[in-house]
Design a protein. Structure first.
Length: 327
């Protein structure tokens, strides 16, 4: 790779406005030179607002733009694999929004092309790199809860306003686009973090239900899973809960204490041990994907190694597909 990483965005929707997009231009040797959206007027508007010189309404035109040498894919999951493979076959590394694809099989296709071409593919599991979750990892590794004996995920939220519009439902609850319902959109971050902390999940089973009837995909999921070292875990997700049941919780239970943290709200990390209750509130950067994007850029510049790649991301899809009964 050139010392200068010149990005082209395929997809420039909401996630790119603040979570990721601005970060690409805040890193030395990195800049955005083109964006693509199916609606050319929206692509032009995004480019002009963010000072980006080129815009397209066709992904192949962006991929084959000679000024673009790396591609960020920020489209719905059903197109991730296709665009990633197109980019890698053109010799251009890619950074893909999570999950890597809408099913495990497509993840395997991405891995095969990355290995065959030697072109890297990274995935936006950016929470691994945030100070908040690095503190969680630090506390676990320091033995604050002792020997870890159980892991529990609990997540519940009320329906969103758009969920009631059965004539124009969000793509995140359309299985052919998202891979499933909101579970497939939100659980990846939780499962990726746990596997990054405790190793691969090697077995998973789940039960799903549609209790609210607002859309066809699952809105309630219960699961159990087991890590490679035998550590058991469980999870419960509900996307049609009453507001009183709202919860965003992961608990790490050990033989000397308990660690409690959130994944989406960044509530204070709480440690219970023999000395009592302790709270930790690490700062979160304005652009949450910045630390990971910096690592990706430095990897492409041969300054460091980024392990948040398509191989590690594939395990998350395997777990989710097992829980949903897709494999």
């Amino acid at each position: 790779m050139s010392k200068n990483i010149c990005w082209g965005f395929i997809g420039c929707g909401e996630v790119t406005e603040k979570k990721s997009g601005p970060a690409f231009s805040l890193i030395e040797g990195s800049k955005v030179v083109a964006v693509m959206r199916r609606n050319k007027d929206k692509a032009r508007d995004y480019a002009l607002r963010h000072g980006i010189p080129k815009w397209y309404d066709d992904p192949m035109s962006l991929i084959h733009d000679l000024d673009v040498n790396a591609v960020y894919i920020a489209t719905p999951p059903s197109t991730h694999a296709t665009y990633a493979i197109m980019a890698m076959k053109a010799g251009k590394p890619c950074y893909v929004e999570k999950p890597l694809a809408s099913n495990y099989e497509d993840c395997c296709r991405v891995n095969m092309i990355s290995e065959k071409t030697g072109v890297p593919c990274f995935v936006a599991y950016y929470r691994r790199y945030l100070p908040y979750f690095q503190k969680v990892r630090e506390l676990i590794k320091a033995g604050t809860v002792g020997h870890v004996i159980n892991v529990q995920i609990r997540f519940a939220v009320p329906p969103r306003d758009l969920d009631y519009n059965d004539e124009n439902l969000p793509w995140r609850v359309q299985a052919d686009i998202a891979g499933g319902g909101y579970f497939y959109d939100l659980a990846p971050h939780q499962l990726d973090l746990l596997q990054e902390m405790f190793g691969p999940i090697i077995d998973a089973e789940g039960y799903t239900g549609n209790r609210g009837g607002l859309y066809q995909t699952e809105d309630s999921v219960s699961a159990c899973f087991r890590f490679d070292d035998g550590l058991p875990g469980s999870g419960s997700w509900c996307f049609v809960a009453h507001d009183s049941a709202r919860e965003d919780s992961v608990e790490i239970i050990g033989d000397k204490g308990k660690l409690h943290f959130s994944v989406f709200t960044y509530a204070p990390i709480v440690l219970h041990d023999a000395q009592g209750r302790h709270e930790f509130s690490p700062d979160t950067p304005e652009y949450v994907q910045l630390p990971l994007i910096r690592n990706v850029v430095e990897h492409l510049q041969n300054k460091s190694v980024c392990t948040c790649d398509c191989v590690s991301a594939t395990s998350v899809n395997w777990v989710m597909d097992r829980i949903l009964g897709k494999i």
